[in-house]
Design a protein around this ligand. Structure first.
Ligand SMILES: [Zn+2]
Length: 278
């Protein structure tokens, strides 16, 4: 499932193809992909907009759109959820069956949203805050000081907090496990029991795993995530905990253990990541 590094990679890949292009038409092949407005209104309203910028917020892609002679911007927000991805293909090329939405461009190509499992969603809105307004800060944009402050009034277990998008935006199951391994913190540690030094380790670990994964083009642990050209990322080669059940810990050699936390498979080293304060 795409997380911050995979979405960031997708945005960077798309930018080269889409920035400056005008959307001359849209086809919605699976209506529920369009969360807002209706599929019909989406296709009508998006036509004629130029894509002036592509950015990311948490796990959302954000297309900034501007229509000719209209000062106000509109925004296309996309959440890939489990299996969403984009393809850029000639308009005349056959559309394979998992393509849910096509945005026809003024250069004869189409940006095609491919989504086998159909959980991906798109919003066409005037104010992106209506969709992403409740997200927590971007983990790569906050200072250590701000990070420490995020823990005020937070209670509970550590891994569910990392998955909470109102705490930090963009971290999912893979990078939560990876950050906790690097920080040597047990996924079930009580958040309120963390020392300042431990929070500092966590801050550095989160940044390290996210920056590293972006540099590798994201993590393709299964067929859920592929890049714009259909290739895989390379982040799976540097995983230290995630999907390494029973394999030796890179630090101490103990077998990585898998448990279920917040209904998610959770991987950690029982020696390096003890539950007690350490
Ligand atoms: Zn270990």
């Amino acid at each position: 499932m795409p997380e911050l590094p995979e979405v960031e990679t997708m945005v960077r890949d798309l930018r080269a193809h889409l920035r400056g292009r005008v959307i001359v038409g849209a086809t919605v092949r699976w209506q529920r992909t369009i969360a807002e407005p209706s599929a019909r209104a989406f296709a009508r309203r998006i036509r004629g907009h130029r894509i002036v910028a592509l950015t990311r917020r948490g796990k959302f892609l954000i297309f900034r759109l501007r229509a000719h002679n209209v000062p106000a911007e509109r925004y296309l927000l996309v959440h890939l959820r489990m299996t969403g991805s984009f393809r850029i293909e000639p308009h005349a090329a056959p559309r394979e069956k998992h393509i849910r939405v096509c945005l026809r461009l003024d250069d004869g190509r189409e940006a095609r949203f491919r989504d086998p499992r159909k959980f991906g969603r798109m919003w066409l809105v005037d104010d992106p805050a209506r969709v992403v307004g409740k997200l927590g800060p971007e983990p790569l944009k906050i200072s250590a000081r701000t990070f420490h402050r995020l823990f005020q009034a937070r209670r509970g277990r550590l891994k569910p907090l990392l998955l909470d998008q109102t705490f930090l935006a963009g971290i999912g199951n893979i990078y939560a496990d990876e950050a906790l391994w690097h920080a040597r913190l047990h996924p079930l540690r009580r958040v309120e029991s963390l020392t300042r030094a431990e929070r500092g380790r966590l801050y550095r670990a989160i940044r390290r795993v996210l920056v590293g994964a972006i540099a590798l083009g994201g993590t393709s642990i299964d067929v859920m995530y592929t890049r714009l050209d259909g290739s895989s990322g390379a982040g799976q080669n540097s995983l230290r905990a995630f999907a390494r059940t029973a394999q030796p810990c890179y630090r101490c050699g103990a077998p990585i253990r898998k448990i279920v936390v917040a209904q998610r498979g959770t991987h950690f080293c029982p020696i390096c990541q003890p539950l007690g304060i350490g």
